[in-house]
Design a binder for this molecule. Structure first.
Ligand code: EPU
Length: 337
């Protein structure tokens, strides 16, 4: 059933916990309900709010927020080795990962404990510990607001990149994701190359799905604040991709600077925004209600009572300090409204 709320407080619907309001919020279960609302109300401004883990409201939202509520999970195919599963948008991401691990299905275990809904996961192509959700996605069903019908898009058409997809660009303001289809495998494919993952997995007795999930959860919990306790949206900034020549100049000056190659690109390198912010002396730094997390400098936190505007102002300050010290622009990863 469709539910419409007017002048609704969003504090519990965004992981920063900022107290902005939305003029209208529409919860819907089905594409038909969404369609009937769109036909009737013809909203000129709208946005999809999933679990609210990657959105910063910098002011009250004067349009319509669409919040999907359908969360079923259906196995479509199982050939013994691989399983194709369709998961509706409102399904909690980590509950889906837990289900895959409990059922011996490989592919998304490194993405354990990421706060997200399934529908939001492809928008920014969530990624962690050497894995990205794009590698498990086969297709996505979305409601196309221009065509007023459900459209199915294959993974190859989603324009996936580092924290990027077509849903942030060409399909922004067009697509409302309804369900995501994944292909997971019974053949083990442990992906332990990132940071401390192998060490933590071995400490738990080796590369089983359960051990990998536990290791990833433990690593995340040791660095990243729990949004239920301290308002945040995980990484606030993307790791910047800079011309190779810029990276080499910085490496000359800072030989210990983390620096990664970018697949299929020789001309650029990826730097660690967390390191840049940390080395700018801002880790744990706080101004009023907003601060840089003291264990992971990529994360900005609401210590309580911050407005979205304050968060944004502080983020701009962090960018300017990093730019001043390293000459590198860092850009937000969160959607700023
Ligand atoms: N670093 C510091 N100080 C810090 C933070 C990081 O020196 O305060 C250094 C680390 O020592 C390391 C490097 O920077 O050498 C990279 O740090 P880390 O491995 O913690 O990962 P990250 O690049 O900071 C990215 C993702 C995270 C993801 C981790 C693990 C982005 C923007 N962030 O962080 O994603 O969990 O890798 O794969 O790509 C998220 O998107 O919300 C998120 C948390």
């Amino acid at each position: 059933m469709k539910r419409i709320y007017n002048n609704i407080n969003l504090e519990k619907r965004n992981s920063f916990g900022v107290k902005q309001e939305a003029r209208t919020l529409v919860e819907f279960d089905t594409a038909e309900e969404l369609k009937s609302y769109l036909e009737e109300a013809k909203p000129s401004k709208w946005y999809v709010l999933g679990a609210g883990n990657n959105t910063l409201f910098t002011a009250d939202y004067d349009g319509v927020l669409f919040a999907p509520t359908a969360s079923s999970r259906t196995i479509l195919e199982d050939d013994g080795e691989s399983v194709v599963v369709r998961v509706e948008a409102a399904h909690d991401w980590d509950e889906f990962v837990a289900w895959s691990v409990d059922n011996g299905l490989w592919g998304i275990e490194n993405l354990s404990a990421i706060p997200s809904s399934v529908g939001a996961a492809p928008v920014q192509n969530i990624g962690a510990y050497g894995a990205e959700v794009k590698d498990a996605i086969t297709a996505i069903d979305y409601f196309d607001v221009d065509k007023m019908e459900v459209v199915r898009i294959k993974c190859e058409e989603c324009g996936f990149g580092y924290r990027e997809s077509v849903f942030k660009h060409e399909l922004r303001g067009v697509a409302i994701i309804l369900a995501v289809e994944f292909k997971l495998h019974r053949t083990p494919t442990p992906n332990l190359g990132y940071g401390d993952v192998i060490k933590e997995v071995e400490a738990r007795g080796g590369a089983t799905l359960k051990n990998i999930r536990e290791a990833i959860c433990a690593i995340r919990a040791s660095k990243l604040p729990d949004p239920k306790v301290l308002g945040n949206a995980g990484s606030f900034f993307k790791n910047p991709i800079v011309p190779r020549i810029v990276a080499e100049r910085l490496l000359n000056e800072y030989p210990s600077m983390p620096c990664y190659t970018v697949p299929n690109r020789d001309d650029v390198m990826k730097l660690a925004a967390g390191w840049l912010i940390d080395q700018s002396g801002l880790k744990g730094y706080r101004e009023g209600h907003v601060g840089v997390h003291d264990r992971q400098a990529l994360v900005l936190v609401n210590h309580g009572g911050a407005t979205g505007g304050e968060m944004l102002h502080f983020a701009e300050f962090v960018c300017s300090v990093v730019k001043g010290k390293f000459g590198v622009e860092i850009a937000p990863e969160v959607n700023i409204l």
